[in-house]
Design a protein around this ligand. Sequence first.
Ligand SMILES: C[S@@+](CC[C@H](N)C(=O)[O-])C[C@H]1O[C@@H](n2cnc3c(N)ncnc32)[C@H](O)[C@@H]1O
Length: 214
Amino acid sequence: MLDIGIGAGRTIPYFSPLFKSYVGIDYAESMVNYCRSHFDISNAVFQYQDARDLSGFHNDSFDFVQFSYNGIDYVNTADRQLILNEIVRVLKNGGTFFFSTHNLYGLQKLRKFNFKKNPYDLLRELRRCHQVRKQLADHGNSEEKDFLMINEGGGDFKFEYCYIKPEKQIVTLKKLGFNRIRTFSSESGEELGPDMPFEEHLGAWVYYLCQIVK
Ligand SMILES: C[S@@+](CC[C@H](N)C(=O)[O-])C[C@H]1O[C@@H](n2cnc3c(N)ncnc32)[C@H](O)[C@@H]1O
């Protein structure tokens, strides 16, 4: 298994026992060092590596590749394509790619102001809310877009994250050759599809389970 963007290692104890060999990578060296010092697991290695360039790994190396917790949303669309190309290259035929990404249809929810009792949290929420509303106003009707890069306060307001329409994400995945794609709601865990059309799913994220079966 290749686990991309391991961060502080939340997924390591769940996934490393399921595979003969587990490789966890992150482009933040401090995160890789943290995982090395906190997890001593015989079949697991942790490496400093950027998902945009997986040249350290051969073609067709992994049965399962994961990029959890919307890690793929940290980069712009050109780099997102590089990451997906690399994942397809290192994935074995019939292997599975699992990831989540922010849902453009869930974006309007970010406009809502959530009152906080703690003055520090209240100030932060005011800033977040103002910033989100301003960006949405600047972008016009967000639902006419296929994706948007939005700074919604994460990472102490340092980062923009990609929000994408699921049907647009699926077009990209199909172009890459994924021919079995299932999507799930981040809130209910239910599978999305004809009974729950994407535009009616206003959850914050969508999970994607994808395979290329030749
Ligand atoms: C939200 S954290 C998720 C951590 C963990 N996977 C989890 O599910 O709890 C996203 C991680 O992805 C990493 N990341 C983002 N873009 C990356 C890239 N291009 N290559 C490698 N790691 C990346 C970040 O450094 C961060 O540690």
